[in-house]
Design a protein around this ligand. Structure first.
Ligand SMILES: [Zn+2]
Ligand SMILES: [Zn+2]
Length: 139
């Protein structure tokens, strides 16, 4: 682009310093006359990096529960102290299932499946829920 007196030159007549820019193609021009001349031919917006094209935004996987534990420390304590739970946890099958769940790609799904298909696990889960809920207080 030629420059006149430190300013971009009109890209139509190339003689005057450009004072304006075409609102479409940002071509610099000096006057209305040059603008009209420029508009005799259709122009199109320049390809620019700042064009507000939608970038594919990779959605951050924030759905995962960052809290991690489903249970409070108190509830975990109750579980740990429960004889029922420790009894049931001594079951080798259950230990295996828990280990599998731990390394499952989709723990939630694996948990659902285990609940549906594995009686010992369901028993454990129910007992755990019962234990976590705390001792029943008579009304
Ligand atoms: Zn001009
Ligand atoms: Zn233009």
């Amino acid at each position: 682009m030629s420059v006149i007196h430190g300013k971009a030159a009109c890209q139509v007549c190339k003689e005057q310093a450009a004072k304006y820019k075409c609102s479409t193609c940002i071509l610099p021009y000096c006057s209305l006359a040059c603008y009209k001349k420029h508009k005799e031919t259709p122009c199109s917006p320049p390809i620019s990096e700042e064009s507000p094209k939608e970038k594919p935004v990779s959605a951050p996987l924030k759905d995962m529960d960052e809290e991690g534990s489903l249970l409070t420390d108190e509830q975990l304590g109750r579980l740990g102290a429960s004889k029922d739970i420790s009894d049931i946890l001594s079951n080798v099958d259950l230990q295996k299932i828990l280990k599998e769940l731990d390394s499952a790609q989709d723990p939630e799904k694996a948990l659902d499946q285990a609940m549906e298909q594995i009686p010992i696990f369901r028993e454990f889960a129910e007992k755990a829920i019962e234990t976590v809920a705390g001792p029943r207080t008579p009304e």
